[in-house]
Ligand binder design. Structure first.
Ligand code: IPD
Length: 301
């Protein structure tokens, strides 16, 4: 049967707002049983409570859909062709714990393994990003705060322009993330990529990349690329729930997600490197090519 994607989007938005209220009301110091992989891989009681809220609400509304969430993921679980909600209850948990206002609820729906609906909500700034495959992507600011008679200020993505009007990696603003994995080959790769990006020179011998940013949330990085506020975002080690929701928003804004495992972005896959690149104003393919020229193809394979 045909899915009513608008209705699914609306359901995800309402659960994202409810989750947002929970996050704002929570005590971020409630770091639970400790940490997951290591002391930088933090989970709080709020992550778990929000995932429980999201999964129970969605199970009631869409009992036939599968569910994959960061806090309940069991190794071996795979995304199938069945419609699957792919959920990060708090993307940017470290920021949440530190009170750094860059964290979000990231709610995606994959259909036939393709990211199809995305809702990303930062309750601290009341910024809501939404996208439906084939129907565009939008940023709504201030809806929960009651701006514009409660509708919020809605803008289609990308935002009207890349203010600097820049075209290539030359003079771009690029996001990277450390993640929590600080050892082994992934750590070595990340360090090498960051260093190469920082050191890259333009034709005049000046710095190529304007600067590097880390917002501490994969989903918010991807949405910022969709908005055109960042030109690119690369990370080695993202999980499906970090990228699923933002992916639809990015593509609907004209951006692209280059994945090391295109078509197979399952958490079961070890190779989870992603490069998100903005669409507007132009020069997307050149930017991608320059990126690989600078960092090396190993950052993708
Ligand atoms: C993490 C954040 C972080 C990124 C990691 C993610 P979490 O998600 O998005 O910025 O570097 O790869 O796992 O743990 O806060 O949900």
């Amino acid at each position: 049967a045909d899915l009513n994607l608008e209705e699914i989007r609306d359901t995800l938005v309402s659960v994202a707002f409810e989750a947002g209220r929970k996050i704002l009301a929570a005590n971020p110091n409630d770091i639970s049983t400790g940490t997951k992989l290591n002391s930088a891989d933090i989970v709080t009681e709020t992550d778990k409570a929000v995932e429980a809220l999201v999964s129970s609400t969605l199970a009631e509304a869409y009992p036939d859909f599968a569910f994959m969430g960061e806090e309940t993921f069991a190794p071996g679980q795979k995304i199938t062709d069945q419609p699957t909600f792919v959920v990060d209850p708090i993307d940017g948990t470290t920021n949440f714990v530190h009170g750094f206002p860059s964290a979000c609820v990231s709610l995606g729906l994959a259909v036939g393994r393709v990211p199809t609906v995305g809702v990303v909500y930062n309750p601290f700034l009341d910024q809501l990003y939404t996208g439906i495959r084939g129907q565009g992507a939008f940023l709504t600011v201030g809806r929960a705060w009651g701006l514009e008679n409660g509708a919020g200020r809605v803008s289609r993505l990308p935002l009207s322009s890349n203010p600097a009007g820049l075209l290539g990696l030359d003079q771009s603003l690029v996001a990277i993330e450390w993640g929590s994995d600080r050892s082994g080959s992934n750590y070595e790769l990340k360090t090498a990529v960051f260093k190469k990006l920082a050191a890259a020179k333009d034709n005049n011998g000046g710095a190529m990349v304007h600067s590097l940013r880390s917002m501490g949330s994969a989903a918010l990085n991807i949405c910022a690329v969709a908005a055109g506020q960042l030109d690119a975002y690369w990370e080695g080690g993202c999980w499906a729930w970090d990228v699923c929701a933002g992916w639809t928003i990015l593509v609907e804004a004209g951006g692209i997600m280059a994945s090391g495992n295109p078509g197979d972005w399952d958490p079961a896959i070890d190779n989870r490197k992603y490069l998100a690149v903005r669409g507007a104003p132009s020069g997307q393919r050149e930017l991608v090519q320059q990126f690989w020229d600078v960092v090396g193809q190993g950052a993708m394979e």
